[in-house]
Design a protein around this ligand. Structure first.
Ligand SMILES: O=P(O)(O)OC[C@H]1O[C@](O)(CO)[C@@H](O)[C@@H]1O
Length: 441
């Protein structure tokens, strides 16, 4: 089981900057438990994903796995989760395995051009993922690929798998009209809480990663995160620790630093979850993606001596599965020889702990989450743990952690300029703002 060490949030370890047991008494666990138990928000359906029937995902995963390329079109929660699974569980995948995976999660024309130069659509299965069925970026790339398939006289029904809402939206309509292969994202499950649905699991199955194992991880941590005792519940502890750190000690920033290259996309997945779920009504915590040891040599200085506004969350890996010894050479050079006889695994683990201790000694709070190893089982635990912790943090802030009203205005202005019907007034506004720009320099 993953374990959370919150000692470096407390006064015992970091002195006056830390919290006390008494501070946690203000956390109304009863209220949170009630919200979860009564499923006050329909979006809490993500809590049940580990019990879902995955037979169709497996069947389509097998089908997709026979292609040379797997092209995923999606953005935000429809891309960050699948990419986290890919990178964490099959690193350097495209150098070693089929299907090669391409995740196009932007509308950068250069990326699309370069990608289409290296993939043969005849040998490609395209997984279009959009919960709403209306995200401009995803729809645009879907339309381009659709046309290209047609131009090559390829059968759309053999090359496209749509992952979307079970009933609503443009993509569901297209699935029905053209009899496309499709998978549902359960109605109540929002994009950033959807990685353990078909959104992440189809890609997992297609590249040979067991969806059952990912879900078993989630299942096994679930009960622990439902414990009503704050001190026994890692999700309650994590969210209330960070919530109190902001409320009492003004720590507004959450740094996520896994000590593994393979978890770099995971830290980006976390950042969307934390930012979009909590950042509203003038509340929230600003997430900051990072990776260790790399960022010790670019960011740590700021965390140690910069503004006292951060809590650093370390993801510490107990067993990397492999190790590499540092050879016993240059023994007569003191500057190098101290490393001889040690290993990279030892070095990365020690560096993680050293950074934690250095921060704590300096009165800078941090949390360490210990992960036995990076595999599908523990990744499933991590996804589920952070999703629950994020929802709980939202309840502590008394905000709805499942909506994102703040992104609508930008979308509407884009619709206006792209000519979508009903948004004409916004067009005037857009142009007026554009005219206010100043480029004197
Ligand atoms: O899966 P969809 O509906 O295309 O949404 C993509 C992303 O866009 C957002 O709605 C924000 O605009 C995210 O919450 C979501 O993950």
């Amino acid at each position: 089981m993953i374990r959370i060490d919150f000692s470096n949030l407390m006064q015992g370890a970091i002195g006056k900057n830390g919290l006390t047991d008494d501070d946690f008494k203000s956390i109304d666990t009863k209220k949170i438990t009630e919200i979860i138990k009564t499923r006050k928000y329909p979006e809490l359906e993500f809590l049940d994903l580990h019990n879902a029937d995955t037979s169709k995902i497996k069947e389509l995963g097998k089908y997709a796995g026979r292609f040379e390329n797997f092209l995923l079109l999606g953005i935000g929660g429809s891309a960050l989760g699948p990419r986290s699974i890919l990178e964490a569980l099959s690193p350097f995948h495209n150098f070693k395995n089929k299907p090669r995976v391409f995740i196009y999660d932007n509308v950068d024309p250069l990326t699309l051009k370069n990608m289409l130069e290296v993939i043969d659509l005849k040998k490609t299965v395209v997984n279009v993922i959009t919960k709403s069925g209306s995200t401009a970026e995803t729809i645009a790339s879907f339309m381009i690929i659709w046309k290209k398939l047609q131009e090559q006289s390829l059968k759309i029904q053999e090359h496209i798998i749509v992952t979307t809402d079970p009933e609503k939206g443009n993509l569901r309509k297209i699935v029905k009209d053209y009899s496309l292969m499709s998978l549902p994202i359960p109605q109540g499950v929002g994009g950033r809480y959807s990685v353990l649905s078909a959104v992440g699991l189809l890609l997992a199955e297609a590249i040979g990663i067991s969806s059952d194992t990912l879900l078993n991880g989630a299942k096994d941590i679930h009960d622990k995160c439902m414990n009503t005792d704050l001190w026994q519940n890692p999700a309650y502890l994590f969210s209330s620790g960070l919530y109190l750190m902001q409320k009492i000690k003004s720590k507004n920033i959450t740094v996520m630093i896994p000590y593994a290259d393979r978890l770099k996309p995971f830290s980006e997945w976390f950042c969307q979850l934390w930012a979009e779920s909590l950042g509203k009504d003038g509340k929230g915590l600003t997430p900051y993606p990072s990776v260790g040891t790399t960022d010790q040599h670019s960011q740590l200085q700021l965390w140690m001596q910069g503004p006292e506004d951060k809590v650093v969350v370390f993801l510490s890996i107990e067993d990397y599965g492999v190790d590499v010894n540092i050879p016993e050479i240059f023994l007569d050079m003191e500057g190098l020889s101290y490393l001889s006889g040690h290993s990279l695994g030892e070095l990365i683990r020690i560096e993680q702990e050293a950074s934690e201790i250095a921060l704590a000694k300096n009165g800078r709070p941090c949390i360490t989450i210990k992960i036995p190893k990076i595999d599908a089982y523990y990744l499933g635990q991590l996804f589920h743990f952070f999703e629950i912790a994020t929802a709980v943090a939202g309840f502590l802030y008394d905000i709805n952690p499942f909506n994102q009203p703040g992104v609508e205005e930008g979308k509407n202005l884009t619709y206006a300029m792209m000519g979508k019907k009903g948004y004409e007034a916004k067009r005037e506004e857009f142009i007026e703002y554009r005219q206010r720009k100043r480029f004197e320099a």
